[in-house]
Design a protein around this ligand. Structure first.
Ligand code: DAH
Length: 339
């Protein structure tokens, strides 16, 4: 039996030398240590041995088994290491090799200024509200004091989907949606796309962007509006910027104003940028009309509010000295890569 054990070890040693994969090692494990393996069947025969022989053979069998187990373990890690090496070699990347040229994208100028405005207003405690671009006539016009026959509809003609549904012509539609669902105090901005039946030229586009602002609370005044717009103007156009409120008419605010900022190119003296005016118009604003509040179940005797609508393209053009709005929509990389 002793010879048999030595023979098993010898045989195993020969075979493990040739093993070159995890699978072939597994096969050896089964063949030698498995239930029906070589070593196991020898151990089964030990019952037939004499009482003196048994411990001797038993000890030798243990030595052989330990030897086989150790060999299997060390060969397994050897093969794993080789396989890892092979894998690494096959996946090697030469980091010094020139790569395929990838053009790095940049934010679109519209997004640059829109993000800046959002950051500014969020910093002043406003939250960002959202509303649909496909809007009901009610929110875009009716609820804002612009009934069916109102002349203000002419300047904001848009694409109608069905009779009472259209592509919104102003983000002011979101004012009513927010006021219907929120009790004052309200302090929101709403950035978004708007649509109008305008022909494309250097200062018009049938799709453009606005940022709407709305504040409703007890005791909100025109002074608060002016202060807010001053902060906005200085932030966007520079510390020395002045603003000027010109009386205007919007059906949903009373009083209403258009706001000019002093020209950032000439500082107000008059130049090509401001067409000699010294001022550039950037937004419309006013105190929310009592009828609009009432329609949203907000009591105008208790609450007041201000609202404003900023043109994003106009602001971007002003900020970057862009003279033709079409550049903002044509997607020409020579233009876009400058931002
Ligand atoms: N919605 C107006 C427009 O598109 C801009 C505007 C004016 C918005 C006055 C306002 C506002 O919120 O109070 O011309």
């Amino acid at each position: 039996m002793k010879e048999k054990l030595e023979q098993i070890q010898q045989q195993f040693d020969d075979k493990i030398k040739e093993a070159d994969s995890i699978n072939s090692i597994d096969a050896l494990r089964v063949a030698y240590l498995g239930k029906k393996g070589e070593l196991t069947s020898v151990l089964r025969g030990m019952g037939a041995l004499s009482a003196e022989e048994r411990p001797v053979i038993g000890q030798l069998a243990n030595v052989v088994r330990n030897h086989i187990e150790e060999q299997i373990a060390s060969k397994t890690s050897e093969i794993k290491a080789i396989e890892t090496q092979k894998k690494l070699a096959s996946q090697a990347i030469d980091v010094t090799m020139p790569s395929g040229f990838q053009r790095q994208g940049t934010l679109h100028p519209i997004n640059v200024v829109a993000d800046e405005m959002k950051d500014l207003f969020i910093g002043m405690g406003y939250t960002v509200a959202d509303g649909p671009e496909v809007e009901f006539d009610y929110y875009n016009f009716e609820a804002l004091n612009i009934p069916d026959s109102h002349p203000a509809r002419d300047t904001q003609d848009t694409f109608y989907i069905i009779d009472n549904m259209l592509l919104r012509s102003q983000t002011s539609s979101v004012q009513v949606r927010v006021m219907e669902n929120t009790k004052p105090p309200i302090k929101i901005i709403c950035p978004g796309k708007v649509y109008r039946a305008d022909n494309v030229d250097a200062t018009h586009s049938p799709i453009f962007h606005q940022i709407e602002g709305l504040v409703v609370d007890k005791g909100v005044t025109m002074g608060d509006l002016k202060g807010t717009l001053e902060v906005f103007a200085k932030h966007m156009f520079g510390e020395n910027t002045k603003i000027r409120l010109r009386p205007h008419h919007f059906p949903f605010t009373e009083p209403s104003a258009e706001v000019d900022v002093s020209c950032w190119t000439c500082g107000g003296k008059g130049c090509k940028m401001c067409k000699g005016e010294g001022w550039i118009e950037v937004l419309g604003c006013g105190m929310v009309h009592p009828d609009v509040l009432r329609r949203c179940n907000i009591d105008p005797e208790v609450y007041s509010g201000f609202a404003f609508g900023i043109g994003v393209e106009r602001t971007a053009m002003a900020r970057f000295g862009i003279t033709d709005m079409r550049h903002l929509f044509e997607g020409d990389m020579r233009f876009l890569s400058q931002f």
